[in-house]
Design a protein around this ligand. Sequence first.
Ligand code: LLP
Length: 431
Amino acid sequence: MWKIEPPLENRNGELFIDGCSAMQLAKQYGTPLYVMSETRIRDNYRRLNGAFQKHYANFKLYYAMKANSNLAVLNILRQEGSGIDCSAPCEIFLALKAGFKKTDLLYTGNYNTLDELRYAAENNVTINLDDVSLVDKLASVADPAGVAGLCFRFNPGMGDSGMEKLVCAGPDVKFGILENRIVDAYQRAKKLGFRNFGIHMMTGSNILNAKYFPKVAEILFNTASTIRQKVGIEFSFINIGGGFGVPYKPNEKNLDIEAVAKMVTDKFKEKITDTGSKPRLLIEPGRYIVCDAGVLLTRVHHVKNTGTKKMVGVDAGMNTLLRPALYNSYHEILVANKLNEKQHEIVTVTGQACENTDHLCRDRAMPKVAEGDVLAVLNAGAYGFTMSSHYNSRPLSAEVLVHNGESELVREAESFEDLVGKQEVPQRLQK
Ligand code: LLP
């Protein structure tokens, strides 16, 4: 059984999100609807930031906006004092739109184009490179001495994740620079005249094992010391990446973030600050900040008994929330108007896309679901809207921000007309 905890509440069998009735939100704004709790985003940020900050003051959290790039969400995090990890030029653009200072942005691309590197350099953000040869490419489009800060993404040869597909480091992955080439990368960068160095890694996503973090961080810290000695540079910052996990399944436990912060900062002080330079310690979490702050509301429109299964057809599918279809990932689903009903039937919840992988859950025990019910898909705040698509020509959903019983529309649902977008039909085809 899923334990309903803030920002969620069970009020007489009905789901409330940050003080707002899910049924009322569904009625007022329509479905499918992404609902984000401002209170929870702030709480998540403060819990994680506070845990590290209290052990090492020269620390900064860079929110990985690929998890949720809504401008309202970004503005909340700017108010909290966050920096931003951008993974594409348009994320730099959006972060600047949300009022972040250029000095608070880090750009981590991979397999970049020259134009992308130029855009990052022109915007004066710190740049994180994913390969040795990219440093020459960057130097061909920007004056090295003018680049605000430079780091390389180190691949420590190991990674982890609650899900195999979310491991981002190790010998066979597409990311980062392995140990045998990392010294060369800094040597080349120094020679080209870059300055203000950092080092970065990102080894996996949704990790719930606290002990993993100091273990992999130690490899990074040791590597940083080696580079410092061999290349003769000081690091201004050391970034251990994101990956802080969130429980998706009822039996999973919260990541002990206090323990993670203590263990990582202890290692950091032992390995890094004793060497003389006192770099800033960075983390770049996405999921931890926004995942459980978001709920996807979707209405049941058609229930079909196939003879072998009860299919519950809803208006959100793989086009709205891709994770179950892509990774077979588990999202808890509550019937927002039937929280007090006993679980008594097994259903598969499916969207409207023309794909048999289009499901939100398979063979799950749920209260007797009927047409008109509203389902709340939990943990939809991270990699939900940002991975949604127009597949089957379905417009993107609306997003609502909720806060202490108040709701505000922060993204209008797209219209059919929006799907025409920037397309143009050649004259000769219009006859
Ligand atoms: N930094 C970099 C360079 C990353 O590539 C990522 C995520 C993060 C930070 C943030 O990681 P987090 O703290 O959220 O674990 N689409 C998948 C997640 C892929 C994560 C990829 N990189 C999902 O739906 O679970």
